[in-house]
Design a protein around this ligand. Structure first.
Ligand SMILES: [Fe+2]
Length: 607
C-alpha cells in the first residue's frame, strides 16, 4: 500500500527576520507619510482605491486602483533600501497596467508585480510620469516557514446606514489586529466588503485604511458584492477562473487560488450555486497544486455551518447538501466563511457529519482524521450588523458559537504541524477587554504512517560555518545545512526507523521500498536522484534483511528517485518484528540555489 501525502515540514528558522522587516516597514511609513507627489498640471487624473492584493505565490503581489482618466499607467516598485532622502528611486522597475472602463464610469488598473525576493522591504507608487500616487510600502517575509494571517467577517460598509461609523469600526479592527499581529502576512476577508455593490463611496471607505496598501488583501465575493462588476474591477485576484463560479452580464464572479508558504488557498464565489462547476474547479486545482503545499484552506462567503438566521436559509441548506463531501474528499483542512454576522466554530466534520462522536464542545485542540474539516464563521469585523444566535438543537455542527454584538477578528497561525485559530474581540464590552479571547482551537493532523519527509538547507555559496542536527522525533528528517565538499554540497542523516512486524503463520515474503520526490523550495527544485542511502537492520527479528546500498546520483544513476528496497524477508521467515533504518547520503551540485528544500519519501510495503 502506498499513500502519497502532501509535502510537509519546514523549520521556523527565519521567523525573527520577518519581525525585523515589520519594524523596517514602520520606519518607512514615517518617511513617506504625506508623500503624495505633486501632480503635473497637465495631467489631472485622480488615482484612488489603491489596494495591494495577494499574488499567485509569495514572489508576486497584485495591485489594483481606479483612475479618473483612461491614460497609460504603470506601477513602479523598488527596493526600499534604494530610497535616499525620501526620493523615489529612479531605478525602480515599472510594470505596465491593464484595465478599462468601470461600471461607475472610472477606469481601473491592474498590475501583477513579479520577481519579489523574500525578507525584503519594497516601496511602490502607481500612476504616470508627473502624476504619481503617494508612495506605499510592503515587505516580504520568508517564502517558507511558520506564519500568521488575519481573517475578518463581513465589513459590509454602509450596512448600519452610517458609512462613517462602519468605516471607523473596520479601521479600528484593522488597527487592533495588525498591532497585535504586526507580522501578519495576509488580510483575509469573508466577503460583503460593502453594503451596496454599486456604491463607490462605500468602496472608497472600505479601502481607506492604509493596511490595505501594505499587507496583501484577500477578497471574497459576498451577496452584497456580487450585484455589480465593481467587485472584480476593484480586486485583482490571481489565477481567477471566471467560468467557474461565473458571474452575470452585470454581476461579478469567478473562483481563484493562490499559494502562500505551505498553504494552498482556494476562494470560490458562493453566490453561484453551480456546484458542478465549483467542484470540478476545486478538484482540478487540488490535482494540479495540492502537492505544492502541506495545508489547504477554502474560503467562501455563505457559511454552511453557522449559528444565526442564515443557517436555515434555503440556499444555505442547498450548499450544505452539496459541498461538504467534496471538501472532505479533497483533503481541505479549514474552511473560512462569513455571511451570518455571528461567530461559530464547527466540530471536525467529515462528509457532512461530525467526524468524531467523542469530540467535546469547545475543545481547545482537535485532531484531524481523514476527511476531517474545521469550518469557521466570522462575526462582523466592522460592527455594521449582527445577527442573533438561533440556539436550535438541530445545529449539530456547532462546537462554539458566540454573539456579544462586539467586533471580532480571527488570527490563524500556521506551522508545520498545526493550525491555531484564535478569535478575539477588537472592541471591548462591559466584561471583556479589547483583544480578549472569544475562542481558540488548534488543529493537528492524525499521524500518517506511509510517508516521511527529508529536508535539507543549501547554504549560500560564500557561507562560512554551518550547523545541523538530526530530528528523529517527528516525521521530518532534517539533514541540516549542507556543507561544501569539493565539487558538491553534502549532507547526511538517518531516516526515522521503520518497525515491521509479521506474525503470519506461513511467513510469506515481504519487502518495503521507498522512493523520493524532487526536493523543492518555492519555485526552485533539484532532483531526488541526488539522495542515496545505506539501509540497515537496526533491530533484528523476523528474518528481516536490509536492502542494497543506493549511491547518490550525483555521479550517475537514479539514486532514490527510483524505487529502492529498504528491507525484506524471504518466504518462510520466522514470525517477529524488526526495525529498519537507513543512513542518508545527499550530494548536490554546487550550482543549486540556496534555500531550504523539502522532499517526500514515500514508503511502500509489498507482501
Ligand atoms: Fe452576506
Amino acid at each position: 500500500m502506498s499513500t502519497h501525502g502532501k509535502p510537509r515540514g519546514f523549520t521556523p528558522v527565519h521567523k525573527r527576520t520577518s519581525v525585523r522587516c515589520a519594524a523596517a516597514l514602520l520606519s518607512l511609513a514615517v518617511v513617506f507619510s504625506g508623500g503624495t507627489m505633486a501632480a503635473n498640471a497637465a495631467d489631472s487624473t485622480t488615482l484612488t482605491d489603491i489596494v495591494l492584493g495577494v499574488g499567485s505565490d509569495d514572489s508576486q503581489r497584485n495591485l489594483a486602483w481606479y483612475s479618473t482618466s483612461d491614460t497609460a499607467q504603470v506601477a513602479q516598485v523598488s527596493l526600499a533600501s534604494k530610497v535616499v532622502n525620501g526620493v523615489f528611486p529612479a531605478t525602480a522597475t515599472s510594470f505596465t497596467a491593464t484595465g478599462g472602463l468601470t461600471t461607475s464610469g472610472e477606469y481601473n488598473r491592474f498590475v501583477t508585480v513579479t520577481g519579489l525576493k523574500e525578507n525584503t522591504a519594497y516601496v511602490y507608487r502607481v500612476g504616470s510620469e508627473g502624476n504619481w500616487s503617494a508612495t506605499n510600502t510592503f515587505t516580504t517575509a520568508d517564502f517558507d516557514g511558520d506564519f500568521n494571517f488575519l481573517f475578518f467577517g463581513d465589513p459590509q460598509i454602509g450596512s448600519s446606514g452610517n458609512v462613517a461609523n462602519d468605516t471607523a469600526g473596520w479601521a479600528d479592527t484593522l488597527n487592533v489586529a495588525t498591532s497585535t499581529y504586526p507580522d501578519a502576512e495576509l488580510l483575509f476577508s469573508a466577503g460583503d466588503q460593502v453594503e451596496s455593490a454599486t456604491s463607490e463611496p462605500q468602496y472608497e471607505a472600505f479601502l481607506s485604511p492604509n493596511q490595505l496598501r501594505q499587507i496583501p488583501f484577500v477578497a471574497t465575493n459576498g451577496n452584497h458584492d456580487v450585484g455589480s462588476k465593481a467587485y472584480e474591477q476593484h480586486f485583482n485576484t490571481p489565477n481567477v477562473d471566471r467560468a467557474a463560479g461565473a458571474g452575470s452580464a452585470t454581476g461579478s464572479g469567478g473562483d481563484y487560488w493562490f499559494i502562500h508558504k505551505d498553504v494552498l488557498f482556494m476562494n470560490i464565489n458562493s453566490n453561484s450555486r453551480d456546484f458542478t462547476s465549483h467542484i470540478k474547479w476545486m478538484t482540478d486545482v487540488v490535482a494540479a497544486h495540492g502537492a505544492e503545499a502541506k495545508w489547504s484552506m477554502l474560503a467562501f462567503h455563505h457559511s454552511i455551518y453557522s449559528p444565526a438566521v442564515h443557517a436555515t436559509d434555503a440556499d444555505a441548506v442547498d450548499r450544505r447538501n452539496n459541498l461538504p463531501t467534496t471538501i472532505s474528499n479533497l483533503g481541505i483542512d479549514v474552511v473560512l466563511q462569513g455571511h451570518d454576522h455571528a461567530y461559530a466554530r464547527s466540530y471536525m466534520i467529515r462528509n457532512g457529519q461530525k467526524a468524531d462522536a467523542a469530540e467535546a464542545a469547545g475543545a481547545d485542540s482537535v485532531v484531524q482524521g481523514p476527511g476531517g474539516v474545521l469550518y469557521v464563521t466570522a462575526n462582523s469585523s466592522s460592527g455594521s450588523k449582527y445577527y442573533a444566535l438561533q440556539n436550535k438543537p438541530e445545529f449539530w455542527w456547532l462546537s462554539v458559537q458566540n454573539q456579544e454584538q462586539v467586533r471580532n477578528y480571527t488570527a490563524l497561525e500556521v506551522t508545520d504541524d498545526a493550525i491555531n485559530i484564535k478569535t478575539l474581540r477588537s472592541q471591548g464590552n462591559a466584561t471583556n477587554a479589547v483583544n480578549s479571547l472569544v475562542d481558540q482551537v488548534t488543529v493537528t493532523k492524525a499521524p500518517d504512517t506511509d510517508t516521511q519527509e527529508v529536508q535539507v538547507t543549501v547554504p549560500k555559496a560564500d557561507a562560512g560555518e554551518f550547523g545541523w542536527s538530526i530530528d528523529g522525533t517527528n516525521k521530518l528528517v532534517d539533514l541540516g545545512t549542507a556543507t561544501e565538499s569539493g565539487d558538491h554540497y553534502a549532507a547526511v542523516g538517518t531516516i526515522n526507523p521503520i518497525r515491521v512486524t509479521d506474525t503470519r503463520v506461513a511467513g510469506p515474503e515481504w519487502s518495503i521500498s521507498a522512493q523520493v520526490s524532487d526536493f523543492t523550495s518555492g519555485d526552485k527544485s533539484f532532483s531526488g536522484k541526488y539522495l542515496g542511502w545505506t539501509p540497515t537492520v537496526v533491530e533484528a527479528g523476523g528474518g528481516a534483511v536490509a536492502g542494497a546500498k543506493v549511491k547518490s546520483g550525483f555521479e550517475g544513476g537514479d539514486g532514490l528517485s527510483a524505487s529502492s528496497t529498504l528491507g525484506s524477508a524471504p518466504t518462510g521467515h520466522a514470525r517477529g518484528s524488526a526495525k529498519l533504518g537507513a543512513g542518508l547520503d545527499l550530494q548536490i551540485p554546487v550550482d543549486v540555489t540556496d534555500g531550504t528544500y523539502k522532499a517526500v519519501v514515500t514508503l511502500t510495503a509489498l507482501s
